[in-house]
Design a protein around this ligand. Sequence first.
Ligand SMILES: [Zn+2]
Ligand SMILES: [Zn+2]
Length: 322
Amino acid sequence: MGARPAVRAADGCGRARPQDRRLGRCGIAHAVGALRLGDTITLLGTKGGPAIYPGPDMRMPTATLIELAGQRIVVDCGLGVTRGLVEAGMRLPDLSSIIVTHLHSDHYLELGPLIHTAWTAGLKTPVSVHGPAGLSAYWHAFQRSMAFDIETRIADEGRPDIDSLVWIAPMGEGGFARIGPVQVSALLNRHPPINESYALKFEAGGKTVVVSGDTAPFDGFAGFARGADLLVHEAMIAEGVDRLAARVGNGARLKQHLEASHSDAEDVGRLAAEAGVKALALNHLLPVDDPAITDTVWEKAVRAGGYEGPLHIGRDGMAIGV
Ligand SMILES: [Zn+2]
Ligand SMILES: [Zn+2]
């Protein structure tokens, strides 16, 4: 993996990549800069939901790169994942493991384009893709939609059969995969109306990273995340969601959905404290286009829940060492 510019301000409050203006101001507690220190979680896309908006702090939908014990695992493939990985210094032909938490478009819209782009970049080795039932249908339909291009490139450029490189694997609760030394396990979370939606846990070399996926608070998650070195959790701010609902056409329905299936930042703080996690990063932020919802507002909400440890308010490209 290529080196990224190393930036670590003396106060620990530098931007992950200051040349990237989309990063805007720094988070609250700080993601280490971009030295390849080994085990690193990079938040590639940090907004909740599929729509994207212009603005100085523009964020893309959900995608995260887990680098643990020498493995690279892509979690969720929202729009922008391919660019995010390249900006994080990853060579696309090195793509090998992908996990999709659930089948909302902001988590897999760019899965096909990511694999296809890796293939045109020289991918020759297998890629495993774990995800809920239905992902296989998406992948095969994607290939059909691109059949002319794929067949042309195989015949004209001598590329390998893309279908033979990709293994779509089901997943379920409990330990469902071992990726090199990384044990990966899943827990069904609470994300109505979707039943098959997962939180994920990655364990290797004595380190544990937990990703909440999209979820409302539910019994059992604190135990799943107990003592994690890093918890990456989705978060929303209730009053921001009120204003978001007022701005869009189907406001009441949208608000109802968001409240039933996502977690308020204060609840996230409560949960992080209960689980005793060593660090917390917020992603899948809702809303992201409301100037009144500043980093200070996010932090205040989390602290109100009782969590006092290191806190990272996610920004696209933020790299967090574990
Ligand atoms: Zn989502
Ligand atoms: Zn979702």
